[in-house]
Write a protein that binds this ligand. Sequence first.
Ligand code: ASP
Length: 455
Amino acid sequence: MSNTNIKVAKFGGSSLADAASIERVCGIVESDPARRVVVVSAPGKRSSDDAKVTDMLMAAAEQALSESAAAVDLAPIVARYAEIQAGLRLDPAMTIAIERDLVQRLALADGDPRRFMDSMKAAGEDNNARLVAAALQARGLQADYVNPQDAGMVLGGDYGNGYVLPETYANLASLASRSAIAVFPGFFGYTAGGDVITFPRGGSDITGAILAAAVKADVYENFTDVDSVCAADPRIVPQAAPIPELTYAEMRELAYGGFGVFHDEALEPAVRAQVPVQIKNSRHPDLPGTVLLPVRAHNEDEVVGIASDEGFCMLFVSKYLMNRELGFGRRLLEILEQEGVPFEHMPSGIDSLSLILRESSFDATTESRVLERVRAELGADEAYADRGLALIMVVGEGMRFHVGIAARATRALAAAGANIEMINQGATEISMMFGVKVGDCAAAVKSLYTEFFPE
Ligand code: ASP
């Protein structure tokens, strides 16, 4: 069979939290014969005060390690699966098999604790994939659970932080030629030695992206609980318009700027293979959602989105005649490297350099050590850190072809009364970055939105 017309459909935990949601997911899979690879997360929260099955499994594993495996009560976890199995009228033997599987995993508590933890975490998606495959079969569809080890999902890296090994892509390519729908559990694979190893949290998105690349999918559908990506954070701009299409480069800038709907790292395999990614809502599958593409046709829209993120600070260093001092920048960055502080951006003047850092990697002790070294080793005239900074990214490929975007943006920031602490525009000209005080951020985003997305 040729591998044209194949979609990899990944469903997140909120789309698979209970029997009714899984029923809906099965309807989505059934409605399009191209959906031949289905990637599932573990059951997520049924309501805002509910627990995700992955969190329950991790708590159980922690209890087994700190007390004993015998102290762990698996009943609440088994109950989550039992409710799904019963709600979908699947064979009760499935619940018994899931309980047996969890008991077997718990028995690994005596071995390497990290290996044990990963095996417990992986149980969430592994058992859910078995239930989803059975639910599809119950609708009369040809569908099978696919074990990641049998399929060749080989990972390297560390427990809890696996990464895909290159041979995996060739191993998984044959899934494209199966006649049955492959139901693949997300979030984990196996080491070459046969141990379960998980991706970082939220890693089912990575599994989906790997599969999309491996089978050369026409599209990687990522079903979640929002209708589409919006042009600004709806918590700040409730009326923010949906974005129909974004290029990968725009997506990367917006994700960096704090758009949480997609995870730029997780999508890497699909982006590298140039597979379009479609973000959709499993509750409203007929809506078009947002498509991420290598290039997009309508890139005359100068600004596609405005992202903002807090938690930054600026390390400011000045020294008279700095521009003539060979190696100043290198020595400054070396100090940060030695102190284990990554830098995000480096806007500069003639006699000054500002480094934008994440506050999370620059605590007060590190700050005083770095400042002391900068003064002593570099002879800086001035060195200080300014905390409480938010970064606002104004993003759009079309910006390159329009004059005056910066003028409009700075006018909007002035109208909001937001003082610009820093401006940065990359050479690619697809985004403009503004640093403002956290307290000014929301008003600044609202004002920018009104400027670039007039009603
Ligand atoms: N279930 C895992 C988590 O909660 C992975 C995922 O859902 O993507 O992190």
